[in-house]
Design a protein around this ligand. Sequence first.
Ligand code: CTP
Length: 432
Amino acid sequence: MPDGLATVAQVIERLGDQPGGPELLALGAERDELMLIGGAVRDLLLGLCPRELDVVVADGAADLASELASRVGALAGEGSVQRSQTAFHERFHTALVSWSDGQIDIATRRSESYAAPGALPEVSVGTIEQDLRRRDFTVNAIAIELGEPGRGTLHSAVHGLEDLAAKRLRVLHDTSFLDDPTRLLRLARYRARLGFEIEPHTADLARKALHGGALATVSRSRLGAELRLALSESEALAALVSVERLGALGAIHPGLRLDVAVAERALELSPVDAHPEVLLMASLLLGGESGNGAPLAEGQMFALLDSLEFTAPARDRIIRSAVVAPSLVARMQDAGRPSQLHGALASEALEAVALAGALAAPDSASELAARSWLGSLRNVHLAIGGEDLLAAGIPAGPEIGRRLGAALAAKLDGEIHGAREEELAVALERQG
Ligand code: CTP
């Protein structure tokens, strides 16, 4: 094994610590031809924790999935089998077992051919060598047998281990990006996530594929799925920067623009309960341009996100954040008191406020307002509710809301400090 990589024995030992790992090892002891493969092997050899486990079998992916699902479920106790789910994909001979703690992807070893560039592949059952050769990058084309009697035997595409040790991304053949141009986006993602270099010939092939319009041969829905994978990386901004550096952002849509400084500041401002993928996508649209150099109009944003198949709630939240953020800068500037800030921001998404703070000049009143809203003010609530006012004799109706609003404003502005009696007194005294 090259320097810097774990040994096969260590990989198998660490597999036992992963969710679903002990069950896979137990099943391997009962059946041959079960292999750990792809990202799971890559990560375990690097000493990292895999995000999910991928295995291949000679056949019987569906049976293995059912068996695994029941073992994983049985471990968690009575009735929990329902909590693990299995899904089969007939065309690709794959199955997926997922449960609260983990996920195992099962594929039948196969070879693939592409009827047309960018089309989904035709698959047929194949050998492990064919299965390794069909993959995207050499570092993802390594497998370790879990089945007996060969447990621990390692299979690798040419250059697999050497590239993994050298932290290098290399395609397995010259038409890889043309067959499946989504690999261009995977290349960018892996470079950002793993911090790997792109091998020069692979970089050249990627450049040529992009310039030749390879991404235009892929359906918008697949492009959207790849973009969402980049946005869901734990270092999502680094993934987007990598996509842009490769020249692939404009190929997804010519209107998208990445302003790294704004995106970085917005992420820094956003609280843990904000959605970074919404914020980053909104920032791409916010800086975006339509064909004539003008900013993207709301309708264009809508069409763009729809074509990439964002869900309706995500699409609406992203667009609202991108559209409203510039106007929030001025609204935050004008809000002198916390209660006025509440009036300006309470109905806006956290991502919109974070983005507005990032658009404001550093240390400006608007930036400080965004920071204070996101950091604490948005969490200021009254201890009393409408029922307290009803009990005190205020008739049901809009007056209740107005009086509660007045009490909240007083609390936000530091006039009262939280005791229920104080809040109630203010609510009874003021009409709002
Ligand atoms: N793969 C490929 N081309 C693609 C997508 C996937 O060749 N367009 C292969 C890769 O070899 C990859 C495997 O299918 O290793 C499984 O894909 P995926 O689950 O997306 O990646 P992982 O290997 O699990 O790696 P990670 O999730 O860590 O990115």
